[in-house]
Design a protein around this ligand. Structure first.
Ligand SMILES: [Zn+2]
Ligand SMILES: [Zn+2]
Length: 365
């Protein structure tokens, strides 16, 4: 298998979440020459099943989707899909998986393995979609693994940690519904903008009292919309935001704090409060035992860095909540053009390192 060509082919055909039809086709075609059972997922995605022995399965997952960005790299295998780009390295992840399958089919280890090409990692919850479809119940899965490209580390370096690695992201909408009136008669209306501002300020100050200073949390409002004219009380105030926590307890506490604060502001101002949780992921919680194995098996030419927990989300968290799992950063060359930048271009030299690590892992799982 010419992995450089595979990477370039995949980079040319980036597709958005749940729309990875050409990518699915490409993977199915590539796998047709290998002794694995190939299962297509709906609407997109692929599972390849390798049966080399008896017993439980280990699952390896890569993500497939791209981002709505116009590519600004000067590579000669540029995106052919206007306004869509593999700017998160998922083309590299799929290439590593295909190369890994090639190695497995060549060396024929006596293992049972599942290779999941998962759609829609970018905020659309593809992992949850695959799990809810029930397909994974066809196998007894004992562990799950994944990697992600990182522009923070050089090629030849990997990084991860035991325990909570990626936090729990939640996206939400908050609304206060008041009543319009002339600014000259404030007592005849209910000012939703005033309610929104009270809520925002209370949250920002109260958060420092509710969580330990050593226990990082993020509460962020990115959009606040209210009002129509300078002399009218705003009838509605709408906020969109996200919060990030590193434990299920803090996640729950944050949601309760939002509800309590919103209800207190409602009681104070008369503006009706509404809190809608739009999406949430599970935390990526790395299994301690798998973490120890991972450090043990690293080839001599691969450097290890113990990484910090991060507040970004990764839907691999849904797998870590079901099976003992491990996710790690694969250094793809230090670059100022990070993940989701239209100039992000992970180095192809990282591909064989990812494959080598997966092959080494196989000996111990
Ligand atoms: Zn991404
Ligand atoms: Zn990604």
């Amino acid at each position: 298998m010419d992995l450089i060509k595979v990477r370039q082919d995949l980079h040319r055909i980036p597709e958005l979440a749940f729309n990875e039809h050409k990518t699915t086709e490409y993977i199915v075609n590539t796998l047709s020459q290998y002794p694995v059972e190939v299962i297509r997922l709906e609407p997109t995605g692929v599972i390849a099943v390798y049966k080399g022995g008896e017993g439980e399965y280990s699952l390896f997952r890569c993500d497939m989707d791209a981002l709505p960005l116009t590519e600004q790299t000067d590579c000669d295998f540029h995106s052919e899909h206007e306004g869509v780009m593999h700017a998160c390295g998922h083309d590299i992840h799929m290439t590593i998986m295909l190369g890994f399958i090639h190695e497995v089919c060549t060396l024929k280890p006596k293992k049972n393995l599942l290779f999941l090409f998962q759609p829609a990692e970018e905020g659309k919850g593809g992992a949850e979609h695959v799990i809810k479809s029930g397909i994974l119940k066809n196998w007894k899965i004992k562990s799950a693994f994944a990697l992600h490209s990182s522009p923070d580390y050089p090629v030849g370096t990997v990084a991860t940690k035991s325990g909570i690695f990626f936090g729990i992201p939640e996206e939400f909408v908050i609304e206060f519904e008041g009543r319009n009136s002339h600014a000259a008669f404030p007592n005849k209306g209910v000012d939703a903008l005033y309610a929104g501002v009270q809520f925002y300020n209370l949250m920002q100050s109260h958060i420092t009292k509710l969580f330990a200073a050593t226990d990082p949390v993020i509460f962020h409002i990115g959009v606040m919309q209210a009002g129509e004219a300078e002399n009218i009380l705003a009838g509605k105030c709408r906020m969109k935001g996200t919060h990030r926590t590193l434990s299920a307890e803090n996640h729950k506490l944050m949601n309760r704090m939002i509800t309590d604060t919103g209800e207190a502001v409602q009681a104070l101002t008369g503006a009706k409060f509404r809190f809608v949780e739009v999406s949430t992921y599970e935390a990526v919680n790395n299994n301690e035992n798998l973490f120890t194995i991972f450090r043990d098996i690293l080839p001599a030419d691969v450097a290890f860095v113990e990484s910090e927990s991060v507040m970004t989300g990764e839907d691999f968290g849904f797998f870590t909540s079901l099976y003992p799992s491990l996710l790690f950063w694969l250094g793809t060359g230090v670059s100022a053009n990070g993940l989701h930048s239209p100039k992000f271009l992970p180095q192809q030299e990282a591909i064989h390192i990812g494959i080598k690590i997966f092959m080494e892992l196989l000996k111990r799982i």
